[in-house]
Structure formats: structure tokens, C-alpha cells
Design a protein around this ligand. Structure first.
Ligand code: URA
Length: 269
């Protein structure tokens, strides 16, 4: 099946799951009925897995996520604490030379509702070793709280690159490719129920839609690795620069919350 048709089908399956969740919520709320939750994501995965021969899928994934040249032999730990150590001693790209701390990730490490992926650590994150603790981080914490997410119990936060790019420049292609190996291993170990990508860097990296703009990517459901629902929105730093982005970000977050059946500030559950 052609890649664009497959992506459209993945989007349609995610939207269907969203509608089922909304319907069930409405029944629970308006008719006061306790009905069981439908786990449609497993059905969607089965449908997608049966679409085409495994060989073809593997080749497509390889093309979308090429291993960085000369780095195909990296052995990554199979547990999160080990992976964090691998990362702390990593010097596979130039960012290692200017960092003070690696910023691996923070939050609920076992099957959180959402794994948030930002772009890269800033100055405060580089000083503390924790993601999203500066100004953009404060806004992110508020945004997540509005849909019942927090790092203490149901959310994990990380970035596409684990070391601060000098002067907060955008991470370069090879830096994202190398660090992408850590991000993918993190996702595999943490097994989030959904992924929220903040900004173009994370959105392009994890959807594989390298040439799309944020306007095209935001607010749509994708499947990461054909299995984990993923939604993109604008980066909180962009919202701080341009308050007009608050509204679309709020729409995207509500979409994610409805999908996961999370409480939304100002709405009755
Ligand atoms: N911006 C990011 O993308 N990540 C951080 O951790 C902080 C700011």
C-alpha cells in the first residue's frame, strides 16, 4: 500500500478511536451508565499489521529512519536506568563538548498516559539536567495540568536531543539522528499510551514527515511505529513568542485529552 494512503488510514483509525472515546464519555456522562472502555488501539494495530507483507513495512521504516552513518553498531541498554547512563557518557556528537549536563528525561517512567517530546535543552535545563524547567517549561507544566497531566504521575517529558545546542540553535541533522536512537529506545522502554510532539523538530522526527510545516502537522493523529498514537502541536516557546498560538495549542491538547479520556479544565468529565 502506498505510504500516503497508509498514513491517511492510520489517521482515520486514530480519529475513529477518538470518536469511540467521545461517544463512551457522552454515554457515561449523560445517561449515567458505567460502560466498559473499548480498547480500539489494539484493533487498529491489527488492521495495520495485516495491510501488507512484513518485508515491505520494514523497508519503508528503514527509509524513514535511516541509521546515522557510522553509528549502526551502537548498543543501547535494555533498561531505562542503563540507557540514562549510556546517554550521560555519550560523546557521539559535537554537543557533548559544550554541555554541562545531559538532559535525559523526567516523569512517570512506566506506561505513562503521555510522553512529551520537545526539541532540546535550554540554559536552565543544561544547568539542572531536567527537561522543561525554564520559562517554556513553566508554560508547558500549566498546559499539561489543564488536561490532567503531570510528571509526578502520568506523564514523561524528554527532548529530541539530550544535550543543549550552543546558543539554543536548532539541533543539526546528524545530532538528531544520533540522539534519535536514544529517543526511540526510551519510547520502547517507557511504552507511553500516546506521544505529544512539541514543535517542528520533534514532530518531523517522530512522524517521519520531514517536509511538512507545523500548520500541516498539528492537531492530527499519527501512529508512531504503526502502534502508538501521536499528536503534534506548537512548542511552548513559540507560544511565548506568539500568543495567537495559544488557541490552536489548546484545541490540540483537548483533542489528546478526549482521546485518552483525561479531564479537561473547565469541562465536566
Ligand atoms: N525547550 C525544549 O524543547 N526542551 C526543553 O527541555 C526546554 C526548552
Amino acid at each position: 500500500m502506498q505510504e500516503d494512503r497508509k498514513k491517511a488510514l492510520q489517521g482515520a483509525l486514530a480519529e475513529t478511536e477518538n470518536l469511540i472515546n467521545m461517544f463512551e464519555r457522552t454515554v457515561r456522562r449523560n445517561w449515567d451508565l458505567e460502560i466498559p472502555r473499548t480498547d480500539f488501539s489494539q484493533t487498529a494495530q491489527k488492521i495495520l499489521a495485516n495491510l501488507e507483507p512484513a518485508q515491505e513495512t520494514k523497508e519503508e521504516i528503514k527509509e524513514e529512519n535511516p541509521a546515522p552513518a557510522g553509528h549502526g553498531d551502537i548498543r543501547l541498554s535494555l533498561d531505562l536506568a542503563g540507557l540514562k547512563k549510556d546517554c550521560a557518557s555519550c560523546n557521539r556528537c559535537r554537543l557533548a563538548q559544550t554541555r554541562n549536563n545531559t538532559v535525559f528525561g523526567d516523569g512517570c517512567e512506566v506506561r505513562p498516559d503521555v510522553l512529551v517530546v520537545g526539541e532540546g535543552p535550554g540554559e536552565t535545563e543544561d544547568k539542572t539536567g531536567l527537561p522543561f524547567v525554564g520559562r517554556a517549561g513553566e508554560l508547558l507544566t500549566k498546559m499539561l495540568a489543564a488536561i490532567s497531566l503531570n510528571r509526578e504521575s502520568n506523564c514523561y517529558i524528554t527532548n529530541t536531543v539530550k544535550c543543549r545546542p550552543p546558543e539554543n540553535r536548532d539541533p543539526l541533522v546528524d545530532e538528531k539522528q544520533i540522539c534519535g536512537l536514544y529517543v526511540r529506545q526510551q519510547i520502547a522502554l517507557i511504552r507511553p499510551k500516546a506521544i505529544l510532539c512539541l514543535g517542528k523538530g520533534a514532530s518531523c522526527m517522530l512522524t517521519g514527515e520531514e517536509d511538512s510545516s507545523m500548520g500541516q502537522l498539528r492537531g492530527r493523529f499519527f501512529f508512531y511505529d504503526n502502534s502508538i498514537p501521536l499528536i503534534c502541536t506548537y512548542h511552548p516557546a513559540a507560544v511565548l513568542r506568539n500568543p495567537d498560538l495559544k488557541r490552536p495549542v489548546w484545541e490540540d491538547l483537548k483533542k489528546l485529552a478526549r482521546f485518552l479520556n483525561l479531564g479537561i479544565a473547565g469541562e465536566r468529565k
